[in-house]
Design a protein around this ligand. Structure first.
Ligand SMILES: Nc1nc2c(c(=O)[nH]1)N[C@H]1C(S)=C(S)[C@@H](COP(=O)(O)OP(=O)(O)OC[C@H]3O[C@@H](n4cnc5c(N)ncnc54)[C@H](O)[C@@H]3O)O[C@H]1N2
Ligand code: MOO
Length: 439
């Protein structure tokens, strides 16, 4: 199997460059279309998880760990005090009260980070600070608040029982305990735990380096003035944000005009830093749809019509010497976004080794009747609401047009209107993809 991404390992170096080929694409139906699921599974079958490497724990946040991590130490590491106060033998102060306080000589002091100067003899106390190790033969801590805070002698006016305010060695984590299982994703609290047991590096799959390029001579970067026939390049921003949100390290290259030689050179130049390239535009039937024309010169490509709306025209390829995956999305902004959710997010998750690759949808009831295009899976934009019982309902936002970026921004879900229907009555249970979930 090919190794994608950071492939400069021994195995990759032993390979002589080959002419890239793609696995057999899925068969199309009588309408010449393949289904969304077929196309997604095909792309997933063409990419592999990136090679793991040792990463500093803080940089590993959100990444998938490739080893079982066990603890080499106990937490707490040693018996220590939970309170500032005095280490005592509980028996010496078991009858102490306000009326009958107990007076003990203070025979030493243990700050955090130091150990007790000697064992604790009966009838004595040692000053001790939170986190400091318990002196040998002490078995309770009297907090300052139960004393007169004396320095040479201390008056204890509250009884203590054995073990009071002592945090026991290993009561949280023991040597050999499994902290993180291979395959899990490192969260904020995991970073703290790894640091607490002294682990500074872990083997993780890296963030894929994703290069985003938009195509079209009508495009202008935001912030610059527009000629009457020009529009702003929203797609490279939208897709760069989506890829970042999915966990990638993103290089937004911006836009290139409809000139085949410039596009080819630009994509070629980007291969050196890409685990995945995303382009938008130029995959349909137009006279200037150059992506479709140029990419086959750089590797093996597959251009397909997928039975979905929006997002029908789709392209995929393995290009350059390293057979870097490239996903070529349609140019309409909503089509580009929906295609990202359907195909690119799962690919990025696979490169990162984060499962499930395909985020599960949830169920919601149609709040009103919805029309749909038979023979195509429609991914309509919707807003989902949950009632007091947690039951979800969904209503559509705006129309079906794949240029309606304003409506996309108002939506918080994609509503799956099934392939085999042209009408969904109110009350029908539908699958929705929630867009603003923590990843
Ligand atoms: N004769 C046909 N025409 C079209 C078909 C078809 O089947 N037959 N399919 C339509 C569908 S569906 C889609 S989706 C688009 C896809 O076209 P392309 O991928 O070739 O995209 P472009 O033509 O370059 O652009 C389409 C549209 O989107 C705007 N656009 C493009 N890039 C950006 C960007 N970075 N930021 C903002 N907007 C962008 C572009 O100006 C066009 O309006 O093809 C249909 N046509
Ligand atoms: O497939 Mo296009 O993406 O319908 O607008």
């Amino acid at each position: 199997m090919p190794l994608f991404g950071r492939k400069k390992n021994d195995e990759a170096l032993r390979h002589t460059p080959e002419v890239a080929t793609l696995p057999e694409p899925p068969a199309t139906g009588p309408d010449g279309l393949r289904t969304l699921e077929q196309h997604r599974d095909y792309l997933l079958s063409c990419v592999e998880e990136l090679m793991p490497f040792g990463q500093h724990v803080l940089d590993a946040l959100g990444l998938s760990i490739c080893e079982d991590v066990t603890s080499g130490i106990d937490l707490p590491r040693f018996d220590n005090t939970a309170m500032d106060g005095y280490a005592v033998r509980a028996a010496d102060v078991q009858h102490a009260t306000d009326v009958r306080p107990v007076r003990l000589p203070v025979v030493g002091e243990v700050p955090a980070g130091a150990s007790a100067p000697h064992r604790l003899s009966p009838g004595t106390a040692m000053k001790i600070m939170t986190g400091a190790p318990i002196p040998a033969d002490a078995d309770a801590i009297v907090p300052y608040e139960a004393t007169d805070r004396g320095s040479t002698d201390v008056t204890v006016n509250r009884a203590s029982s054995p073990g009071q305010h002592i945090r026991r060695q290993g009561e949280d984590i023991g040597v050999g305990d499994l902290l993180l299982a291979a395959g899990s994703r490192i969260g904020v609290r995991d970073v703290g735990l790894l640091a607490a047991v002294g682990i500074d590096k872990v083997m993780v799959r890296p963030r894929p380096r994703v290069v985003v390029i938009s195509t079209g001579s009508e495009l202008v970067d935001p912030g610059l003035p527009l000629d009457p026939e020009q529009i702003y390049d929203s797609n490279s921003y939208l897709l760069a944000a989506a890829a970042k949100d999915a966990g990638a390290q993103v290089f937004r290259v911006g836009h290139v005009g409809d000139d085949p030689a410039s596009l080819k050179q630009l994509v070629y130049d980007q291969l050196v830093r890409a685990d995945l390239i995303i382009t938008t535009g130029g995959v349909s039937q137009g006279d200037y749809d150059i992506v479709k024309a140029v990419m086959p010169e750089l590797g093996a490509t597959d251009f397909a019509a997928v039975a979905m709306q929006p997002g029908k025209p789709q392209g995929f390829g393995l290009i350059g010497e390293d057979r870097t995956p490239i996903v070529m999305l349609p140019g309409n902004p909503v089509s580009a976004f929906v295609s990202f959710e359907a195909f690119v997010r799962p690919v990025i998750r696979k490169l990162m080794g984060v499962t499930p690759y395909v985020r599960p949808g949830v169920r919601a009831t149609a709040a009103h009747a919805m029309s749909s295009i038979p023979g195509r899976t429609q991914l309509a934009r919707g807003v989902v609401r949950a009632d007091d019982t947690g039951a979800r309902s969904v209503e559509l936002v705006g129309g079906h047009g794949s240029h309606l970026l304003g409506d996309l921004s108002k939506a918080d879900a994609l509503v799956v209107l099934p392939h085999d229907t042209d009408f969904v009555p109110a009350g029908t249970e539908l699958e929705v993809w929630l867009l603003d979930q923590p990843r």
